[in-house]
Design a binder for this molecule. Structure first.
Ligand code: NAD
Ligand code: MG
Length: 380
């Protein structure tokens, strides 16, 4: 099996996953505790003379000085721009402020932008890097579990429009992803759990062995044992494989949206209010729903759906619509919110469904009425 981690007790070597894209756009993902201190050497090896760090205020306070010190020790000129933490910073106004700040720092084509933070910073800084001087190179230094296993890999960058999430953006691959897994020690339990929903997702999509490994090892991921690095590496290997085969989401990359059609609808119905629901919590409920819906359609054993929900619940994640604080709305509102997702044609919805744990597939022609009846039963 290509992606199930091999458990080696003496796991102290940083791990490396390559993303073999063509046209010189291949890059490595390095994973390990303490890697932030090596960012200066890495940036110098890439031939940069200056680096513009983009981060958020929380991460700046925790890791900004260390990253700056590492870059300066390697002889790079560097500056730091921080945005307020939270999704609201993926906006036109923060995008403009970041771009102008990088220009003021005289970041040139041969220099580097460093995205230090979670997915918000990665998406925003990556899009700034894609746009500045028609494209400058950038390093992803992800500091949330979600960013380490998902958003920092694959080159999707962007910001939100008042008309919807992630509607303005570009594909721009990083030159390097440096995932310092020790940074997750300061992450809140809730953000950790939210990222874990995406970890489990990789097993559910295409790797039953990895899901089984997660069932046995999830607590080590949370506590920062060697399992954490192994899990991040396994997820990055899985994502890198999908991205290399389908960089622009013409096909297989859509499988990464398992659980997300339901999840996005829940985020929309809770007005993207992170006090109520964060993305990973919506995904957890969405994963459980995708499996129960698959079972209801007779596609997947009910036993598998039960196993998925049990595991997510054990890790402290919600798995039912009733667990959305303030309520998720009725079946009609949910279906409506799903219909606003881009994957709808003539009342037929595209879902990612499963034949079993580790065997997901794209179902392009699901009847809206079928979904509504399912949701009504779920809400009973
Ligand atoms: P986030 O970037 O908002 O980070 C969550 C919170 O954790 C923030 O308050 C942040 O300040 C804090 N934080 C970050 N690192 C920390 C650390 N080490 N210690 C303590 N606190 C820390 O959220 P996220 O969940 O990382 O990312 C969500 C974003 O990612 C969304 O905007 C989503 O659209 C995007 N995303 C993009 C892709 C992609 O392929 N580009 C994929 C998935 C998600
Ligand atoms: Mg996601």
């Amino acid at each position: 099996n290509p992606s199930a981690p091999r458990s080696s007790p003496a796991m102290s070597q940083p791990l490396r996953v390559s993303v073999p894209l063509n046209q010189g756009r291949d890059y490595d993902i390095r994973i390990g505790r303490g890697l932030l201190d090596e960012i200066g050497i890495e940036a110098r090896d890439l031939g940069a003379r200056a680096a513009g760090i983009v981060t958020d205020e929380t991460v700046a306070g925790l890791y900004g000085e260390r990253v700056k010190a590492s870059l300066e020790a390697a002889g790079l000129r560097c500056g730091l721009i921080s945005v307020p933490p939270g999704e609201a910073s993926k906006s036109f106004s923060e995008f403009a402020r970041v771009c102008d700040g990088l220009l003021a720092q005289k970041i040139e084509r041969g220099d580097l932008v460093v995205a230090l933070g979670g997915g918000v910073v990665g998406d925003l800084a990556g899009f700034a890097a894609a746009s500045l001087r028609r494209g400058v190179r950038f390093i992803q230094a992800p500091t949330t579990l979600l960013a380490q296993v998902d958003s920092s890999v694959g080159g999707k960058t962007g910001i939100n429009s008042p008309l919807g999430k992630n509607l303005i953006g570009a594909f721009h691959q990083p030159r390097l992803v440096l995932a310092d897994t020790a940074t997750l020690d300061t992450l809140s339990e809730r953000e950790m759990r939210a990222g874990y929903a995406e970890v489990a997702k990789y097993g559910l999509i295409g790797d039953a062995d990895f899901f089984e490994w997660c069932e046995a090892n999830w607590s080590g991921i949370f506590s920062g044992g060697p399992e954490r690095d192994e899990a991040v590496a396994a997820c990055c290997r899985a994502k890198a494989g999908v991205v290399v085969r389908d960089e622009r989401e013409d096909g297989e990359r859509a499988l990464l949206n398992l659980g997300h059609t339901f999840g996005h609808a829940l985020e929309r119905l809770t007005a993207y209010d992170s006090a109520r629901l964060v993305h990973g919590e919506g995904v957890a409920i969405g994963l459980a729903l995708a499996f129960r819906f698959s079972a209801r359609l007779g596609l997947c054993p009910g036993q598998d759906a039960g196993r998925v929900a049990n595991h997510l619940a054990l890790a402290g994640l919600p798995t039912r619509l009733q667990q959305v604080p303030g309520g998720a709305g009725d079946a009609h509102a949910l279906l409506d919110a799903m219909a606003q997702d881009k994957k709808v044609r003539d009342g037929r919805l595209t879902f990612i469904l499963a034949r079993s744990i580790g065997q997901s597939f794209i179902a392009p022609d699901i009847d809206g009425g079928e979904v509504r009846a399912f949701l009504e039963d779920e809400l009973r």
